[in-house]
Design a protein around this ligand. Structure first.
Ligand SMILES: Cc1cc2nc3c(=O)[nH]c(=O)nc-3n(C[C@H](O)[C@H](O)[C@H](O)COP(=O)(O)O)c2cc1C
Length: 339
């Protein structure tokens, strides 16, 4: 089995190692959705840190789909130029860069009405959403496509669809948040319909240029929610519709926090990995390099996404490579630090 610093690929995208920077909201964008100097420095410094692929934070496809008013957006053409600067800098450092496209659904904490599959609030701290009608669904599908095209124009190498953590696409999949009686609800086929329509539209628009992946919550940790076995079947369906990598997280659609410990989500990634033929990324407290190496070498996942480990150490991948005894290829200006 390959190790953490062996190459792999997502569709046509070749990656030099199996360390991915997990998408992490910074809440540092202007209220217009434009990135700021924060993003250039934050992502720029991680682009120097040795990960093969960095995935930019949940980026809103519509203003109404922002988690907060300080989310990054790709819902207008003017959002492209700031992101292109980050993309170009990452490319100069040999780092591939993706963007996670998202709609927050009922977890949007912004002024004005919010939308979801059904009129069920996430918790009593959140507004009651309006149930989307056919026109609203069409507008969101089109917004995902437009944002994906802008991502291609800005030079991104990869798009990850955010269907995890209780945001809009997850809300459609889940019987806890989707209690619709039309063709977008009811049984599993109905609950998957909107996600599959979004995948189809995005794949048709951009997959000939860059690969499209998806982040899922494998389980909802709730007896009436879906579980990891059902999500494994859903993932097979996503792949049939053109998804080329699965990023396996969990939870987020009900206000409870599961017990967490190093590698707590790896079992979910492994279950899905054994059932599919596209690569799978594991995530969640994997920032002990030996553990990350073990997860990949034991074939439980093809790659690991690291979140907080990169916030603490922007050069996490170099640090990990050095501690595992791999030869470290660092930017020329930093070579003396690794001799
Ligand atoms: C500050 C912060 C922001 C996050 N924002 C996102 C996000 O935008 N999209 C997402 O899918 N997950 C998000 N997450 C979850 C991380 O991507 C990751 O799955 C989680 O932190 C577990 O990995 P870790 O233990 O390596 O941090 C965020 C996590 C943190 C700490």
């Amino acid at each position: 089995m390959p190790g953490l610093f062996d190459p792999w690929s997502i569709g046509s995208l070749s990656l030099k190692n199996r360390v991915v920077v997990s998408p992490m909201c910074q809440y540092q964008a202007q209220e217009t959705g434009n990135v700021t100097d924060w993003h250039l420095v934050h992502y720029g410094s991680m682009a120097l840190g040795g990960a093969a692929l960095m995935i930019i934070e949940a980026t809103a496809v519509l203003a109404q789909g922002r988690i907060s008013v300080h989310d990054v957006g790709l819902y207008a053409p003017e959002h492209e130029s700031g992101l292109r600067k980050i993309v170009d800098f990452a490319h100069l450092q040999g780092t591939k860069i993706g963007v996670q496209l998202a709609h927050a659904g009922r977890k949007a904490d912004i002024p004005g009405p919010i939308v979801a599959p059904s009129e069920i609030a996430f918790s009593n701290r959140y507004a009651v959403p309006q149930a989307l009608d056919r026109e609203g669904l069409k507008a969101i599908r089109e917004a995902f496509v437009k944002a994906a095209q802008r991502a291609v124009d800005a030079g991104f190498d990869f798009i990850e669809l955010h269907a995890a953590h209780g945001y809009l696409l997850h809300e459609f999949i889940s019987p806890l948040s989707n209690q619709r009686t039309d063709e977008y609800g009811g049984n599993e086929q109905g609950r998957l319909r909107f996600v599959l329509e979004v995948i189809d539209a995005m794949v048709e628009a951009v997959a000939h240029k860059i690969p499209v992946g998806i982040r899922v919550s494998a389980t909802e940790y709730h007896p009436q929610g879906y579980n990891e076995r059902q999500m494994t079947d859903y993932c097979k369906e996503f792949i049939r519709h053109g998804i080329t990598v699965l990023d396996v997280s969990s939870g987020g659609n009900v206000p409870l926090v599961p017990e967490v410990y190093p590698g707590y989500q790896v079992g979910f990634a492994n279950m899905i990995k054994q059932a599919v033929s596209v690569p799978v990324i594991a995530v969640g407290m994997l920032d002990d390099p030996k553990l990350a190496e073990y997860v990949v070498r034991s074939g439980q996942a093809d790659a690991v996404a690291i979140g907080r480990g990169f916030l603490r150490d922007k050069h996490f991948a170099h640090t990990a490579a050095k501690s595992l005894g791999y030869e470290v290829e660092v930017p020329k200006s930093y070579e003396r630090a690794y001799r």
